[in-house]
Design a protein around this ligand. Structure first.
Ligand code: NCD
Length: 308
């Protein structure tokens, strides 16, 4: 099995076998950090971020530095020639001469697919509009496996903006490879999109329950995956106002949880989880950001063909 020279565009591209392979690599590198500290020496990664980011960009960059490689890029399109009207295609063709792999975040759903067609070097989708965020879902899967000790058999709840949230789209695609019970919990207007539902139903492994009742579902869940309502994707600001505070995890809800239940969030959180929950042993959303570093090290080394 090899991911060498492959683009990472969609969580749909991975088989269960490949997922196990990637997760095993992330753990292997973590357990032997010193040995991998120079793996990427001489390799340049470009991070092209047309949308805001804290964790995704910095964890990719930190991962590359920790593997001995170097990083170029921009963190806002306003400081690049995009501001002058340059197309994505022209930017990608140019940056491909300056780097060995490209990590791209863009506001268009199809941007990563398009960018990958413009160059021979690997392109990694770091978030494409409200479409997908495959590397976030890989780190989420790693977090679930490591913190729950397994993936099969779990009751996993995805809560919040399932319509516009790209992290939950990609995570659903990955979870389609496992025998789990998936609780899709959202306001009616922010339900999971049909194309994602069709995919997961087609795979046939997952039992799905859609509900608007957050509190009722909580005692059943092993994983509570909270998400932010994606304000920037709403065509109508009034519609955002009407749903923005639908689900908030309050401190008193901790009493409803199974003893080993884990609360996750891709972050940034706005209002979805009270800060009073942060000290609970159920809360693993900051630990989850560390799994992000582990996963991105694995992804970089695997697509560059140095981990094999
Ligand atoms: C997410 C994103 O950008 O899609 N953040 C992240 O990458 N961890 C989630 C969000 O913005 O709500």
């Amino acid at each position: 099995m090899s991911l060498e020279r492959k683009d990472i565009i969609s969580a749909k591209q991975f088989s269960r076998e490949e997922l196990e392979y990637i997760l095993n690599w992330a753990i292997k590198i973590e357990n032997d950090k010193g040995n991998y500290a120079k793996s990427m020496q001489g390799t340049i990664m470009a991070t092209l971020f047309y949308e805001p980011s804290t964790r995704t960009r910095l964890s990719f960059e930190s991962a590359m530095h920790r593997l001995g490689g170097t990083v170029i890029g921009f963190s806002s399109s306003s400081v690049s020639s995009v501001k002058k009207g340059e197309t994505l295609a022209d930017t990608i063709r140019t940056v491909a001469h300056y780097s060995d792999l490209i990590v791209l975040r863009h506001n268009n759903d199809g941007a990563a697919t398009f960018a990958a067609r413009c160059t021979e070097i690997p392109v990694i989708n770091a978030g494409s509009g409200s479409g997908e965020h495959p590397t976030q879902s890989l780190l989420d899967l790693l977090t679930i496996q490591q913190e729950c000790g397994k993936i099969d058999g779990l009751n996993i709840g995805l809560i919040g903006d399932l319509k516009f949230g790209r992290t939950v789209h990609s995570l659903t695609y990955l979870l389609a490879n496992y025998d789990i019970n998936l609780f899709l919990i959202s306001p009616h207007s922010l339900k999971m999109q049909n194309r994602v539902m069709d995919y997961i139903q087609g795979k046939g492994n997952v039992k799905i329950k859609e509900t608007t009742n957050f509190i009722e579902a909580l005692p059943k869940l092993d994983v509570i995956y909270m998400t932010r309502i994606q304000k920037e994707r709403f065509p109508d600001p009034e519609e955002y106002e009407s749903v923005k505070d639908t689900f908030k995890f309050e401190k008193e809800y901790l009493d409803l949880l199974k003893p080993n239940a884990k609360i996750m969030h891709p972050l940034p959180r706005v209002n979805e989880i009270s800060s009073q929950v942060d000290d609970s042993p159920h809360a693993i959303y900051f630990k989850q950001t560390y799994y992000g570093l582990m996963m991105r090290k694995a992804i970089i080394g695997l697509v560059m063909g140095v981990f094999k």
